[in-house]
Design a protein. Structure first.
Lengths: 116, 113
C-alpha cells in the first residue's frame, strides 16, 4: 500500500486565491512527522512546513498552513493568496517513528499552476 | 554558504561507463541520503547513512555503491551505466528524529546515452 497518496496530479488556481493540495498517509506508528516540499521548475527541493503527529494545532508558516486531520490520516497543504511564483510541484512526505536515519517517504506530487 | 552541495549538476555519459556524484553537507547532520527522482518526478529513497554507517539500502542494483568517508560526505558511484539510470539524483541530510526536515542538494541530472 502507498504510504503517501496525493490524488491531484495537477491543479490550477487563480492568482490571489487560496488553494488546497490533498495528502493522505498510511502508518501504524504513533509517532510520525508530515512534511511538504516545493519543487520549482529549477529543480531544487524547498522545505515548506512540518506537522508532528502529536501536535494539536495545525502548523502554519506564512501563507502556508497544514490542515491536519489525524483520524482521517490527511495532511492537506493550504496556500493562501496564491502568487505566480507558487507555480511548482508540491510533494507531501512522511517520516515514521523515532530512531536514526529514518527516511522521508514521498507522495507522487501535485503540479500547481497559478494563473494570472 | 551552500548547506548541501552536489557535484556535478549535470552529467551526460555513455552506456557502460562508470561515474560518481559527490555530496557534501556543512550542517553537522548525522544522517545523509540519496534519492532518485524519475521522469515522472517520483522521489524514491536509495540509501541512508548515519555517521558513516549504511542504514538503509533499498532495492537498488548493486551497480550503485555509496561511500561515506566521513559524516559530512556521501558519494554515489555507479558502475556500468544503463539507459534506465537516467534520472535526477538528490543528496539530502538531516538530524535524527521524526520532526527534522531533510535538506536537499540541488540535484544531479544524469543522462545516459
Amino acid at each position: 500500500a502507498q504510504k503517501i497518496t496525493q490524488t491531484q496530479p495537477g491543479m490550477f488556481v487563480q492568482e490571489k486565491e487560496a488553494v488546497t493540495l490533498d495528502c493522505t498517509y498510511d502508518t501504524s506508528d504513533q509517532s510520525y512527522g508530515l512534511f511538504w516540499y516545493k519543487q520549482p521548475s529549477s529543480g531544487e527541493m524547498i522545505f515548506l512546513i512540518y506537522q508532528g503527529s502529536y501536535d494539536e494545532q495545525n502548523a502554519t508558516e506564512g501563507r502556508y498552513s497544514l490542515n491536519f486531520q489525524k483520524a482521517r490520516k490527511s495532511a492537506n497543504l493550504v496556500i493562501s493568496a496564491s502568487q505566480l511564483g507558487d507555480s511548482a510541484m508540491y510533494f507531501c512526505a512522511m517520516r515514521e517513528g523515532e530512531g536514526s536515519a529514518r527516511q522521508l517517504t514521498f507522495g507522487s506530487g501535485t503540479q500547481l499552476t497559478v494563473l494570472p | 554558504d551552500t548547506a548541501v552541495s552536489q557535484t556535478p549538476k549535470y552529467l551526460v555519459t555513455q552506456m557502460g561507463n562508470d561515474k560518481s556524484i559527490k555530496c557534501e553537507q556543512n550542517l553537522g547532520h548525522d544522517t545523509m541520503y540519496w534519492y532518485k527522482q524519475d521522469s515522472k518526478k517520483f522521489l524514491k529513497i536509495m540509501f541512508s547513512y548515519n555517521n558513516k554507517e549504511l542504514i538503509i539500502n533499498e532495492t537498488v542494483p548493486n551497480r550503485f555503491s555509496p561511500k561515506s568517508p566521513d559524516k559530512a560526505h556521501l558519494n554515489l558511484h555507479i558502475n556500468s551505466l544503463e539507459l534506465g539510470d537516467s534520472a535526477v539524483y538528490f543528496c539530502a541530510s538531516s538530524q535524527p528524529g521524526v520532526g527534522t526536515e531533510a535538506f536537499f542538494g540541488q540535484g544531479t541530472r544524469l543522462t545516459v546515452v
